[in-house]
Design a protein around this ligand. Sequence first.
Ligand code: ZN
Length: 142
Amino acid sequence: MFFWFLATAILTIAWVFKDPRFDYRLLAVGAVLPDLIDWPTGWRLMHSVMTSIVLLSVVMLVSVGRKPYRKLLLGVPIGTFLHLVFDGAFANTTMFWWPIGGWEFSADVLPVVARGWWNAPMELAGAVALWMWWRQRRLQNP
Ligand SMILES: [Zn+2]
């Protein structure tokens, strides 16, 4: 899953903030980061809302008094939060609320694995949505 998370994160932020100067690069990184970390490692660290809260807190602390820096870095925790939403990670309470229920990671498969073939139409929808957004914003025009 790649296009689904990019599209849902980018379109959500474009719709909510309506800021033409928003830098989507770190948002895109944050949107795919949970699966990039948790899939190969077998951890469920990035699919916990607590990790996104800690990430957000770290960004707020390291960017005190540096607003442009903060605005750029906020893309990462916003992206990880949106990944949890559009991945349906909240449906697995053990994974979502780690480590509140204990330090051991959930043994359940990641939501992307559990969805199986449903990922294919979601990827297609994400790719089409990104293409339409790209065309509407005329991003092909330098
Ligand atoms: Zn995920």
